[in-house]
Design a protein around this ligand. Structure first.
Ligand SMILES: Nc1ncnc2c1ncn2[C@@H]1O[C@H](COP(=O)(O)OP(=O)(O)OP(=O)(O)O)[C@@H](O)[C@H]1O
Ligand SMILES: [Mg+2]
Length: 273
């Protein structure tokens, strides 16, 4: 890629949010992903489905450069996350990891956790108007009235919603959610569907890991299904994904020891004005 800075910027703004080709991931000599291709185009909302252990979270982590690729390419907004890591526009991506507590680490209020989503590695002070931005993100997940409470006292589902707000506060162009429906009640699931509907109108691209589409069914025109680390379907969501549980999905694993936060961003290192 040659040319002026403007050309580069124009290319990046047009490049697809996600482009994965021939991705292999091997962890502790176990072959977790084997030749995965995945595209998420601008404004598209894609479901990533598959049984427990099929490699969904690993694919999401490879996308965000949390786990290394052993072969293949992963591009975010046209930039290779392995070879051009420092040039990847990380601030354009929001990530809600699978079942993590927002309450780990320093005690912090919901407002502080959400505000931390506005920080990036270069700028440790949140931007002007951070309080209103954070409050409106909390409002989107129905927790504005609890902004000043410590997240330690929140239920698992409420903590999940705080982390969704933390990803939303950046107004990301790409939002990656790993099982956002698990552990939250139907009302909160529907609230999340309404939030995603708003994001779709704004042109946000979304990749969402799910076991069943549930209230998100109407939003997701495409599903990619993994089985044993390979893509076995890429197209309209299979009917079996619509409501009842995937028969291969027996139970939820505990994922202890996973990084509780996006490693590209400082967590809870707050210098709130
Ligand atoms: N660091 C690691 N070392 C070795 N194996 C790993 C590692 N991380 C994950 N795995 C294995 O990779 C496989 C895929 O795990 P992954 O978490 O991607 O599955 P998943 O599709 O997200 O499952 P779930 O539905 O339970 O969240 C599993 O068999 C898991 O045990
Ligand atoms: Mg997972």
């Amino acid at each position: 890629m040659t040319g002026s800075r403007q050309d580069v910027a124009a290319y990046e703004s047009m490049a697809p949010p996600v482009r994965v080709r021939g991705l292999h991931v091997t962890l502790d000599s176990a072959r977790i992903l084997q030749g995965v291709d995945l595209d998420v185009r601008q404004g598209e909302m894609v479901a990533l489905l598959g049984a427990n252990g099929s490699g969904k979270s690993t694919l999401v982590k490879a996308l965000l450069s949390v786990v290394p690729a052993s072969a293949g390419t992963v591009e975010l907004f046209g930039t290779d996350v392995t070879t051009q890591r420092r040039r990847v526009p990380w601030s354009r991506a929001g990530y809600v990891p699978q079942r993590v507590g927002a309450a780990s680490g320093t005690p912090a209020t919901a407002l502080e956790v959400v505000s931390s989503g506005l920080l990036d590695n270069r700028r440790l002070r949140p931007p002007r108007g951070w309080r209103d931005l954070a409050l409106s993100a909390l409002d989107e997940v129905g927790l504005a009235d609890r902004a000043h409470e410590t997240v330690r006292v929140f239920s698992g589902g409420q903590q999940q919603r705080v982390l969704i707000a933390r990803a939303l506060v950046r107004r990301p162009d790409l939002l990656v959610l790993d099982e956002p429906l698990s552990g939250i009640d139907r009302h909160s699931q529907e609230a999340l569907a309404a939030t995603l509907t708003g994001l779709r109108e704004r042109g946000t691209s979304v990749l969402v890991v799910l076991h069943e589409l549930g209230p998100l069914a109407g939003l997701l025109a495409r599903a990619v299904v993994l089985r044993h680390g390979r893509v076995v379907h890429d197209g309209p969501p299979p009917p079996a994904a619509a409501g009842h549980r995937d028969p291969e999905h027996e139970h939820h694993h505990a994922h202890d020891g996973e990084p509780a936060v996006d490693p590209h961003r400082p967590e809870l290192r707050l210098e709130l004005p």
